[in-house]
Design a protein around this ligand. Structure first.
Ligand SMILES: [Zn+2]
Length: 489
């Protein structure tokens, strides 16, 4: 049985193998920081660990390449710790078990960590190389990209000297990313008063389920249903027609996922029970046809429930129903410059009861920071107009595409010369560290690329072996072709 240590390009795979042996879930990076520090020091290279744990390793230019622009090779050290329910694995102590399957490398029941171990392995291979030609190199290994981009956020301006940032955290070989969306969370809170349930009511559990969900940035343009919206519209109409009253609501799970499920406990007058049940069935068929071909598993249950102790006051209920119905959600604008790419979007991710309050949260994204801020303002206004308190938090900047970027030009030419085809120039409607890093180093010329990964952040994560070879060749050729310092002054 061959192992990944035998694959080509051998240097990259050996370094990736080393990384699989070191536990490195997000926020628990001490072991991999120590490993990377030793890696740099053992090579005799200047190695810095900054206050938050980012590792920076400097390698001088090879002979004859001293006058090239400085390149920062960047990757994140942490990985998403996800495993199948039946897999026994301790992400803080156990190595990742890898195997080769039909041209792909996968892990055994866990995430693989090719996101972003492959980027880190490529940077390590450049650092230890003796036969490559390159200008001044800095490798920047950041911590905690996956749960808050902490390393990028805490990186100090002025510590790096290079001119060009090559982020190696993109997921399709042959694509060059030159922009990403920024984001901001907006939280709305209603503080209801509670009332006893009037006599003569029947209780029901409404449950919207079976939706596809997905990533709230990358999948927002697919027209999928939002469980919170579907449930809210159902209750809004039933309140008007049958006097529905809500006791509690629980919709969505993750702040950056399109909600797949939402449920509420409601009561309706007993004499309206049959009409209400008929309405629920009709509503389900209407929503099913609205999302035909998109949400084949969509189902809306309306089943008898235990009588709740109390219900929320009617004013708060009306306010919430109205605000959620009017909540800007989904694609707000497509990019005029990049075909098929979302420019601005919002996703009403969660509606939950917290200490008797109703709390809703949405993540707004845009390639254009001003559009994101404007949309967040509109969302807050909609909430406060409807009786909620509202604030925005966790704001991070996007990376505005620069189609005239010199490194983009160099890499497009290099790709064409090397592989005979054009690389695709893309922007991504999700966050990359480049947005934050670029805000600290505004003069950097940035690009993001990588080998082909599928199903990152899940136990199905796999990296395509052939694409790793092309990715590596592309790194090597690009480093040879980096422009002279004077050329992009
Ligand atoms: Zn990543």
């Amino acid at each position: 049985m061959s192992t990944i240590k035998d694959l080509e390009p051998n240097g990259v795979w050996k370094n990736f193998y080393s990384l699989t042996q070191i536990p490195r879930p997000s926020k628990k990076e001490a072991k991999v920081i120590a490993f990377m520090k030793k890696f740099g020091e053992d090579l005799g290279l200047e190695t810095i660990v900054d206050d938050c744990g980012n590792v920076i390793i400097r390698k001088p230019a090879t002979p004859g390449m001293e006058n090239r622009k400085g390149v920062i090779l960047q990757a994140h050290l942490d990985m998403v710790p996800q495993k199948n329910a039946d897999k026994v694995h301790d992400f803080e102590n156990d190595p990742i078990e890898t195997h080769i399957e039909d041209g792909w490398v996968k892990a055994n029941g866990t995430t693989l960590g090719a996101d972003d171990g492959m980027g880190a392995a490529a940077a390590m291979t450049v650092l230890e190389s003796k036969d490559l030609a390159h200008g001044p190199i800095e490798a920047l290994f950041t911590i905690d990209e996956e749960t808050g981009m902490t390393g990028a956020n805490l990186l100090k301006p002025g510590i790096l000297q290079g001119d060009i940032l090559m982020n190696m955290d993109s997921e399709t070989e042959g694509e060059l990313y030159v922009g990403c969306a920024g984001g901001v969370d907006t939280i709305g809170t209603w503080t209801p008063t509670y009332e006893d349930v009037p006599t003569g009511m029947k209780a029901f559990r409404l449950f919207v389920k079976g939706l596809k969900g997905g990533h709230s940035g990358m999948d927002i343009n697919l027209g999928r249903a939002n469980a919170n919206k579907v449930l809210n519209t159902m209750m809004l109409m039933a309140a008007e027609k049958y006097g529905l009253r809500m006791a509690c609501i629980d919709g969505g799970s993750l702040r950056n996922a399109i909600p797949r499920e939402a449920e509420a406990i409601v009561v309706v007058p007993a004499d309206k029970e049959e009409q209400f049940k008929a309405y629920a069935a009709e509503y389900e068929s209407i929503v099913k046809s609205e999302f035909e071909g998109i949400e084949p598993e969509l189902a809306i249950l309306c089943e008898p429930a235990d009588m709740p102790k109390q219900i929320i006051d009617v004013k708060t209920q009306d306010n919430m129903f109205c605000a959620i119905a009017r909540y800007p959600n989904g694609v707000i604008a497509m990019s005029p410059d990049f075909e098929g790419t979302t420019e601005t979007s919002s996703n009403l991710a969660t509606i939950k009861m917290e200490d008797g309050k109703i709390v809703c949260a949405a993540l707004t994204r845009s390639l254009v920071d001003a559009s994101k801020d404007k949309l967040a303002e509109q969302i807050r206004k909609n909430l406060t107009d409807n009786g909620a308190e509202a604030y925005s938090t966790g704001d991070y900047p996007g990376w505005k595409p620069n189609i005239d970027s010199p490194i983009l030009h160099t890499m497009k030419e290099t790709y064409k010369d090397k592989f005979g085809t054009d690389a695709k120039v893309m922007v991504v409607h999700a966050g990359l560290e480049c947005g934050i890093l670029g805000s600290k180093y505004p003069n950097w010329d940035m690009v993001s690329f990588g080998p082909t990964l599928v199903h990152p952040h899940s136990p199905d994560e796999a990296v395509n072996i052939e694409s790793v070879g092309k990715f590596w060749d592309f790194v090597v050729e690009t480093l040879k072709n980096i422009p002279l310092k004077e050329e992009i002054a």
